[in-house]
Ligand binder design. Structure first.
Ligand code: SAM
Ligand code: DTB
Ligand code: SF4
Length: 326
């Protein structure tokens, strides 16, 4: 595993002729992952809308007028019902998202800790995405059984200020560091289609691939333009750009799960197949991401069957580590 990649090296990879790049990424994928296996994750928005941040892509920011209805933090039992359904439908990871700038040490956080305990007891990998965290909050989540924490860098350090002004890139990096220190698995990636340049994408991949440890999961999102947000009229991301991002991420971070995240409803089966070929091995399943649509359970089942993909079992990395040690 390398975490000393240079910008020049990454640029050379990213700019390879497309099929050459896909071939190389597929080779790295084959040498480091079970290529027929795809991790199936389910997202649930446990607290929706009304967020104080100004992320230009986000339908949940209070300052933009979108169709999202604000909903307070769900009850634990309701969340556990959703988690059970997700498990029955074949998901092994359950990710709870809250439209918060940061976690506060209050009763809502205590309730989230209870949710984490409950989902963990179902035998699923529990993930949360709750905004910024302190070291002690990360530790409390870990103690409750949190498996992974999602916190995206979204774009390059240089372009970040064009998209979000209410926090800094360093704030993001600090939270990621706190998550690591607590021994929680890191899920960190970004979005393309924000108006960034290829250079910005390369710089973001550079930051991810030169962290002291690579994130265990790297979500690659295509912007879902939402009416009422400043990016509502952005052009849809070219699928070839998604393939290029996924392939480059796969080559740079061979052991990470690379997730084909937001934007799948705009992609046909052949386009998604190319993303799996290029090294994607994780998806979000279920009708909804947090607030925007996602392919249906039936569509994804048909896709898995057609492409010969199988869902990855839960906690597989730990089981593999354990078998290496024994
Ligand atoms: N509030 C928390 C935070 O900002 O970290 C967690 C929730 S936030 C919705 C999680 C991630 O969803 C963002 O970092 C962004 O990458 C992604 N996201 C949000 N809106 C999106 C959109 N319209 N299209 C694609 N990805 C989006
Ligand atoms: C990530 O990178 N993508 C997911 C998850 N992490 C939390 C969220 C996508 C959200 C898309 C917009 C929405 O549905 O609100
Ligand atoms: Fe809030 Fe997260 Fe949306 Fe930003 S991405 S506005 S922090 S919910």
């Amino acid at each position: 595993m390398r975490n000393n990649w240079t910008i020049e090296e990454i640029k050379d990879i990213y700019n390879k002729p497309l099929l050459e790049l896909v071939y190389e990424a597929a080779t790295v994928h084959r040498n480091n992952q079970q290529t027929a296996e795809v991790q199936v994750c389910t997202l649930l928005s446990i607290k929706t809308g009304g967020c104080s941040e100004d992320c230009a892509y986000c339908p949940q920011a209070a300052r933009y007028h979108t169709d999202v209805t604000v909903q307070p933090l769900m009850q634990k039992d309701t969340v556990l019902e959703y988690a059970k359904k997700a498990k029955e439908a074949g998901s092994t990871r359950f990710c709870m998202g809250a439209a918060w700038r940061e976690v506060r040490d209050n009763r809502d956080f205590d309730r989230v800790l209870d949710m984490v305990k409950g989902v963990n007891e179902l035998g699923m990998e529990v993930c949360c995405t709750l905004g910024m965290l302190t070291e002690s909050q990360a530790q409390k989540l870990a103690d409750a059984g949190l498996y992974a924490y999602n916190h995206n860098l979204d774009t390059s350090n240089e372009y970040y200020g064009e998209i979000i002004t209410t926090r800094t890139y360093d704030d993001r990096l600090k939270t990621l560091d706190n998550v690591r220190k607590a021994g929680v698995s890191v899920c960190c990636g970004g979005i393309i289609g924000l108006g960034e340049t290829h250079e910005d994408r390369i710089k973001m991949l550079h930051t991810l691939a030169t962290l002291p440890e690579h994130p265990e999961s790297v979500p690659v999102n295509a912007l879902v333009p939402v009416d009422g947000t400043p990016l509502a009229n952005n052009q849809r991301v070219d699928v070839w750009d998604m393939v290029r991002m996924i392939a480059t991420a796969r080559i740079l971070m061979p052991k990470a799960m690379v997730r084909l995240s937001a934007g799948r409803t705009a992609m046909n089966l052949a386009e998604q197949a190319l993303c799996f070929m290029a090294g994607a091995n994780s998806i979000f399943a279920g009708e909804k991401l947090l607030t925007t649509p996602n392919p249906s359970f039936e569509e994804d089942q048909a896709m898995f069957q057609l492409l010969g993909l199988t869902p990855r079992e839960a906690f597989k990395s730990e089981k593999e580590m354990a078998s290496l040690v024994s």
